[in-house]
Design a binder for this molecule. Sequence first.
Ligand code: 8YV
Length: 323
Amino acid sequence: VFINKRIPQIGIDILKENNLEIITLETENPSREEWLENSKQADIILNVGGKNKYNKEFFDNCPNLKAIALFSVGFDQVDIAEATKRKIPIGNTPDVLSRATSDVAFLLMQMVSRKVNYNIEKVKSGNWKDFDALEELGQELYGKTLGVFGLGRIGFEIAEKCKAAFRMNIIYHNRSHNEQAEKELEAKYVTFDELVKESDIISIHANYTSEQADTFNKETFEKMKPNLIFINTARGGFHNEKDLFEALESGKIWGAGLDVTNPEPMSNENPLLQLPNVCVLPHIGSATIEARNGMARLAAENVVAFSKGEKMPTCVNSEVYEN
Ligand code: 8YV
């Protein structure tokens, strides 16, 4: 099993208990060559991080490879059709990070609605002068309409939090209806256009594929309400960064909270970081002790199941097990 970056010890322990041979790297940020060289030697890869692309070229280069266990719920870095064709199961880590990721979306909404990072800077830089009843006014989240783009496990968690904490009205756009959300949270299914026009806050929680690149662009930002708070904790590719910058700078929308960018990491010279109505975090959605331990455990369990000739407990392309 080749593990390309360090993971919580619990994952390593599970692999060792099952007598699996582990290949790890000394370097913290392995080069593409190192990653490829080690991948070639492995039967199974436990992949950490979003940099490595598992496509036809990669699979051609690694004929020995039999399975990949991702240390992530997202699987956009894998060409799933290609893996399935080659009968390579791809495991992921759903559920264990839903709470942590939706917490970050919830945090970003509040950061942006009250311009928190701008105000922290104001204090730090000595620009906090005197009380002004008309200065630094935020907007309240209470009773607002939350538009969830992609209402699966993480989307449900954020909708539930926003409903409980701020009595928000929930609308959502998804590939299919989420009956649990409709029943328990009175969430209303809307078209994408309705989501864009009616939401006060939009939070993205869909699975990313390249066909969804720039779903949120100039045209969509122009249709949004001026008080719109845009939250992306899913994948940076969902929004067009230049169009988002223009919408924010011109005041077409209120603000944005991003835990994901395209590319990652974002350069510290990125003009978005100069805007007072933007808060960018370094992809920390799943960065809690609890979530990361859960991810390590699940990824290791997927590896172990595969090594025993069993079905991976959380497999993205379970068609590989047919016949
Ligand atoms: C991961 C993520 O930590 O699970 C995902 O899809 O985006 C993150 O929570 C990251 O991808 C590292 O593998």
